[in-house]
Design a protein around this ligand. Structure first.
Ligand SMILES: C[S@@+](CC[C@H](N)C(=O)[O-])C[C@H]1O[C@@H](n2cnc3c(N)ncnc32)[C@H](O)[C@@H]1O
Length: 249
């Protein structure tokens, strides 16, 4: 089923709970709400769609997609995270070396993994997406918005859904940012220190094209989720805005 634990995506985190190798705390992610992603995915696929979710964590989004009638295969390289995924087929593997010998109607690459500072890692992640995507399938990629990274600064970033976010450290080296984020929930604190690459639309597009994929459009105003498809594909599953049956909640 692929290897786990060899990925070069390695960061650090503090706070209660077991940590994934990219420094995320299982306990912290168990405290988060699903957010807008499940409805956003559902607006762009039909009921019964097969979805491959890469970097699923504790199933924050996965579990909500399953509840909405999608058939989800959830991949993560942390067994501690996967232990909380419900109703999906879970696979413990690094995304970069994943080979399920199966293709899906939709593939999701969340968690800003595409902003990995190493070009080779970004390429390996997108190669995995393409390898597992049907020719008429759709790809959802979550990235750190270019405009946000260009202007990011330390400070109190406010509270949302019970989570208070602070940026404690920002260092820029060319197009690579080293960040330390701190989150507080009910007086408890978690941090994660990581590097992220500032990627503009052209760089993202070039990365997609190298893997035979094509940018279609942004799915949100902040430009954090993009929709892509296979180069040259006529997608029966890209939402024209009316005929989708996947159940929003
Ligand atoms: C920031 S968490 C987010 C989890 C989930 N996508 C969410 O939004 O709740 C990132 C997850 O990606 C996983 N991850 C990071 N790098 C990975 C890799 N190279 N292969 C597989 N999983 C990875 C981590 O173990 C972690 O569970």
């Amino acid at each position: 089923m692929g290897n786990s634990g060899k990925s070069e995506i390695r960061f650090e985190g503090t706070g209660r709970g077991k940590k994934s190798i990219d420094g995320c705390s299982v306990e912290f992610y168990l405290n988060l709400k699903p957010g807008p992603e499940p409805d956003m995915i559902c607006d762009n696929v039909s009921a019964g769609t097969s979805v491959l979710e890469l970097g699923c964590g504790v199933g924050r989004v996965t579990n909500a997609l399953v509840e909405r009638g999608l058939v989800v295969t959830a991949v993560d390289n942390s067994q501690d995270m996967l232990a909380h995924v419900q109703g999906a087929n879970s696979v413990c593997s690094d995304i970069e070396s994943l080979n399920l010998n199966k293709k899906f109607d939709a593939v999701m690459l969340g968690s800003f993994l595409i902003n990995s500072p190493k070009e080779t890692i970004r390429h390996d992640l997108l190669k995995t997406c393409r390898k597992h995507l049907k020719n008429d399938g759709v790809l959802f990629v979550e990235c750190h918005p270019f405009a946000l990274l260009e202007t990011i600064s330390i400070g109190d970033k406010g509270e949302r859904n019970g989570v208070h976010t602070y940026i404690d450290s920002v260092e820029r080296n060319g197009n690579t940012l080293s960040l330390q984020l701190r989150w507080e929930i009910d007086g408890e604190t978690w941090t994660q220190s990581f590097e992220t690459e500032i990627l503009n639309g052209r760089k993202l597009q070039e990365g997609l094209e190298r893997c035979d994929l094509k940018f279609v459009r942004w799915l949100d105003d902040s430009k954090s989720w993009l929709l892509a498809n296979v180069e040259g594909a006529v997608n029966k599953s890209i939402n024209g805005g009316n005929s989708f049956q996947c159940r929003r909640q």
